[in-house]
Design a binder for this molecule. Structure first.
Ligand code: SF4
Length: 367
């Protein structure tokens, strides 16, 4: 099984909290990037095999490039890889960067899932994090999406400046009313080098403290649960089991290939990534760097970390099949130490969902 990730590193403006690799550039540069991207996608196809179960065009803002360029990328992927007939094919976008006509074409071309970044349904909060869209634009975008892409995912954030328990609850209610199949709710992280981090450090902006964020998170989980969204990972919720198959592939440590600048790949025990220099990529094509050859122990630890973020946790039989070890015997000490936080039976080990907000403290005991 294989997943493909294609990075489109363009946005119209940088959001205040964002440390993703993305640039605001003109249309010629975007097109020149896509030309090199197509070469990379084609040239790697001879090296790697596997039935592709998911394709993900992420960014950045993939809908910030032209529709013909988006379709050329999807066509190139389909022409060069063995795509499963039921593969999940997702594209990300932000409100105001797409319209109904574009969505119709994307669907016709083969995309079957859309992921929209909204973050909040309050104008004051959106302004505080430098999002380029308003609440009304987000609502309009979702109304169009639900018509064309019933399987669409909506991103919200917890802990952004000016957010209160009430405003977050209202954002959740509006999100649910717009009928996405999937909601991701990420806690704000103050990443080094971002505008927001600098402003918080200078005391110009305040963000909620850890306890408040934990309370907000618990409220979100409870509210989404009541609305029929099943939490299947610490930050991800799905209706009717429409989970992100692409992300589940990552969390199961399945092979994935990344294309474009700053994209990462895992194939067998080999993890590698592309450089982040846009000019260099456009001039010389991709430069692949070996990050590491993972040992069995590295893979095992990463698998544990990723799976403990999921409701299902570690399936003991899967762990045995993957690593040839009995998880309960191998980790009996941390299991005993952390037993108050864990659901343990003879098939699974999972963090109790009420402790998801402190999951990292539990996971560290298994490292
Ligand atoms: S739209 Fe997304 S990728 Fe682009 S700057 Fe904002 S958060 Fe970063």
């Amino acid at each position: 099984m294989l997943s493909l990730y294609i990075h489109i590193p363009f946005c119209y403006r940088k959001c205040a909290y964002c440390d993703f690799v993305s640039y605001s550039v003109n249309d010629d540069i975007k097109h020149n990037y896509v030309v090199k991207l197509l070469q990379e996608i084609e040239s790697k196809s001879g090296e790697y095999s596997g039935v592709v179960q998911s394709v993900y065009l992420g960014g950045g803002t993939p809908t910030a490039i032209s529709l013909p360029d988006i379709m050329a990328i999807l066509h190139c992927v389909k022409a060069n890889y063995n795509i499963a007939s039921d593969a999940e094919i997702t594209i990300e976008g932000n409100p105001f960067t797409f319209d109904k006509a574009m969505l119709v074409e994307l669907k016709k071309g083969g995309f079957n899932r859309f992921s929209v970044g909204v973050q909040s349904f309050h104008d004051n909060e959106l302004v505080a994090i430098d999002r380029l869209h308003s609440k009304n634009q987000a609502v309009e975008a979702c109304n169009v999406l639900k018509e064309i892409f019933p399987n669409y995912s909506l991103d919200l954030m917890i802990g952004i400046p000016l957010q209160t328990m009430e405003s977050l609850a209202r954002s959740i209610e509006i999100a649910v009313s717009l009928a996405p199949s999937h909601i991701s709710c990420y806690m704000l992280k103050l990443e080094e080098g971002t505008k927001l981090t600098a402003m918080v450090e200078k005391g110009l902006v305040e963000v909620a403290d850890e306890d408040t964020v934990a309370d907000m998170y618990d409220m979100v989980v409870a509210k989404l649960g009541k609305c029929g969204f099943n939490q299947y990972e610490t930050s991800n919720f799905a209706r009717n089991n429409l989970v992100s198959r692409h992300n589940i592939g990552y969390w199961n440590l399945q092979n994935y290939l990344g294309f474009g600048i700053a994209s990462h790949s895992l194939y067998g025990n080999r993890r590698f990534f592309n450089g982040s220099d846009l000019g260099d990529y456009i001039e010389n094509g991709y430069s692949e760097m070996l990050e590491e050859d993972l040992t069995e122990k590295d893979k095992m630890q990463e698998y544990i970390m990723l799976r403990l973020r999921m409701n299902q946790g570690i399936v003991l039989a899967d762990f045995q099949n993957m690593f040839n070890w009995d998880f309960l015997a191998l980790y009996n000490e941390p299991l005993d130490k952390m037993k108050a936080y864990l659901d343990i039976d003879n098939t699974h080990v999972a963090i109790k969902t009420k402790y998801f907000s402190v999951a990292s403290g539990v996971m560290v005991e298994f490292m």
